[in-house]
Design a protein around this ligand. Structure first.
Ligand code: ADP
Ligand code: ADP
Length: 232
């Protein structure tokens, strides 16, 4: 049983002569309880791969699955349901709602799906992320690092099987970034999370168990057990 898969994945933007092939025959398995990083130059297809794996965007051809459910042929409403039941997404730009407090932003996925807040889990996430004294603040009152930690807490609160994260440390200074990545790694090692993260930063990718290297929409290389010196 795999957290996510893609078989013969193609993604074209536009049509005819001006079409851009963003994914060019992707085959990938995302194992459960693993921290996978996707690296590659700008324009190589990293965001497109993350978005199609997460069911936020449709493949042009090929098949993908989340939690053993093939999503490629499902109607949009069903894909939304699969996303809600199985994944969390951390956007590079945080995507917090400005009028809601940190706590309200974090519990939003639960409120939307009508699930109760599991207090001990909520407290554990908040404690580890160091957000205890920030819960009543609005996003504008938080630093970039705190906002990104709120975005990660929001992705974790419903205990999704898989978290997809697009450059989660991209807007953070190196200390906040290292703290966040350390937490994400703990979530995999201690809570059994599955995480797929896009990054262009080798020192961020070094936190992962496995790095996939993309070039021109193809996976051209893969590295297991990376360390900072090997990735650099
Ligand atoms: P990366 O995340 O590695 O920078 P992207 O997945 O964003 O790469 O983009 C891959 C290719 O697809 C690039 O050539 C990009 O310009 C193109 N692309 C991405 N999104 C769109 C879009 N919505 N419309 C047209 N072209 C796009
Ligand atoms: P990232 O930094 O995550 O790679 P990008 O800057 O590549 O993001 O893209 C940001 C947004 O713009 C995405 O939603 C992507 O689909 C869209 N986009 C990227 N390239 C193009 C393009 N050539 N034409 C239209 N939209 C694009």
């Amino acid at each position: 049983s795999l957290a996510a898969t893609m078989r013969g994945g193609y993604k074209d933007y536009g049509f005819g002569d001006t079409a851009v092939r963003a994914l060019d025959g992707i085959n990938v398995d995302i194992a459960r309880h693993e921290f996978t990083a996707i690296m590659g130059p700008s324009g190589s297809g990293k965001s497109t791969l993350l978005h199609t794996l997460a069911g936020l965007d449709k493949l042009t051809a090929g098949e993908s699955s989340i939690a053993d459910i093939v999503i490629t042929q499902l109607p949009e409403a069903k894909v939304t349901e699969v996303r809600r039941d199985h994944i969390g997404f951390v956007f590079q730009s945080f995507n917090l709602i400005p009028s809601l407090t940190a706590k309200e932003n974090i519990t939003l996925p639960l409120d939307i799906s009508g699930k109760p807040v599991e207090k001990s889990w909520f407290d554990e996430i908040i404690g580890i992320l160091g957000l205890g004294d920030r819960l009543t603040h609005l996003p504008a009152e938080l630093s970039g690092g705190q906002q990104q930690r709120v975005a990660v807490a929001r992705a974790l609160v419903a205990r999704p099987e898989i978290i997809f994260a697009d450059e989660p440390s991209g807007n953070l200074d190196s200390r906040s970034g290292a703290e966040l990545l350390g937490f994400m790694r703990r979530a995999v090692k201690e809570f059994g999370q599955t995480i797929v993260m896009v990054t262009h930063d080798p020192s961020a990718a070094a936190y992962a168990d496995r790095i996939l290297f993309l070039e021109d929409g193809q996976i051209v290389d893969e590295m297991r057990e990376p360390t900072a010196d090997r990735v650099l």
